[in-house]
Design a protein around this ligand. Sequence first.
Ligand code: CA
Length: 220
Amino acid sequence: MTRILIVEDEERIVSFLEKGLRSNGYSTVAVGDGDSAVALARDDSFDLMILDLGLPGLDGRDVLRAVRSRGERLPILVLTARDGVEDTVGSLEQGADDYVTKPFRFEELLARIRLRTRSDGAAAETTVLSVGRVQLDLRSRRATNAERTVELTAREFALLETFMRHPGHVLSREQLLSHVWGYDFDPGSNVVDVYVRYLRRKLGEGTIETVRGMGYRMSD
Ligand code: CA
């Protein structure tokens, strides 16, 4: 199992990350300050570190410096603020492998994580998902239904991908919102229902079931 160290002081982002990563089969440990991060970030304990730059005590850049100067080589994915271009460049120079700008969508982060952890014996990345008659090619970004191409917007594609990565599972509106729209989205929004309707219109009414009081499910 791939082990991820989360270094983030904002509670709602920590819980967003932990829920999402665990439901995708990762094991996680979260700490909220730089000193604990430096103490825990060892190659033989973790496969990857997600590191927020703005932390109490030692900040993210201090953590990077300390961990890299000790010779740890685990991939480090930095979380930066939208306007923090200098932070981003600086952290890559100090040994970060990649970065994601806040606010981010979960799927975006997950794609980066998969890219960075693939070589360490993790299962090869699937490139074509298939549920019933629907197929999704993640490389060419192409969707087909009974071998006919279906045109999807980027958001529809991300939503369908989330369903197809969890075939037969009931996904709540909240899970779908955080996976596809990100943690900054209003939980009272009906945008999920609207997009499920779009997908049904394009793929057939029966493709995605409503599970009353719980959410939605896609099964074959
Ligand atoms: Ca922070």
